[in-house]
Ligand binder design. Structure first.
Ligand code: ADP
Length: 176
């Protein structure tokens, strides 16, 4: 049994996953698992895709690489996909969303090539990650939060922090 919950923070690149995760670590003491970093550091990939400008992830290797940490609980998994993580691992899925104009500006600032930028904008407009989360996990544990402004981010952080406290209180009493 976990004493601390595991959370996925997901969404299209540029929505604010890493920024949210870093603040959540400070506020909750949970650990940030940046999947991009794990993929690079532990070579959980089959090489670099020029077409997609990203690593071709070996999902089995990735799951093996993080399994021990996640089993212990208290992890915030940060990635632009969520359907590969077993349901039994996860207590909350946060899907971050932004308006197209905001996302355009953020990806442009990262110097994304036009095709990749457009692909990510389409994915955000089509709610691809939200659908993926809803299809992969129980509806009650999936929450959609907007991340257009610092005010919205603050309110998201308050909400997730309160959720973590409540989860810990509920799970402490149920195992007593
Ligand atoms: P992701 O991890 O989803 O790719 P990042 O956390 O790297 O996104 O955020 C992308 C950019 O957008 C960063 O420059 C970050 O400072 C900015 N940003 C993220 N969320 C917000 C927000 N709620 N309000 C204003 N700027 C934000």
């Amino acid at each position: 049994m976990r004493r601390s919950p595991n959370i996925i923070v997901t969404g299209t690149p540029g929505v604010g996953k890493t920024t949210h995760c870093e603040s959540l670590v400070e506020r909750t003491g949970l650990r940030h698992i940046s999947v991009n970093q794990v993929v690079k550091d532990k070579t959980c990939h089959e090489g670099w895709s020029e077409e997609y400008q990203s690593w071709i992830v070996d999902e089995d290797k990735l799951l093996d690489a993080i399994e021990e940490d996640v089993a212990a609980g208290g992890c915030i998994i940060d990635w632009h996909a969520c359907d590969l993580f077993p349901r039994s691992w996860i207590d909350l899925v946060v899907v971050l969303r932004v308006d197209s104009t905001t996302l355009y500006d953020r990806l442009k600032a990262r110097n994304y090539a036009e095709a990749k930028l457009q692909e990510n904008l389409d994915s955000e407009i089509m709610e691809v990650l939200l659908q993926e989360a809803r299809e992969s996990y129980d509806e009650e544990i999936v929450i959609e939060l907007t991340s257009n402004s610092l005010e919205e981010m603050d309110s998201n952080l308050d909400r997730v922090e309160a959720w973590v406290k409540q989860w810990k209180a509920d799970n402490a009493s149920s195992s007593a």
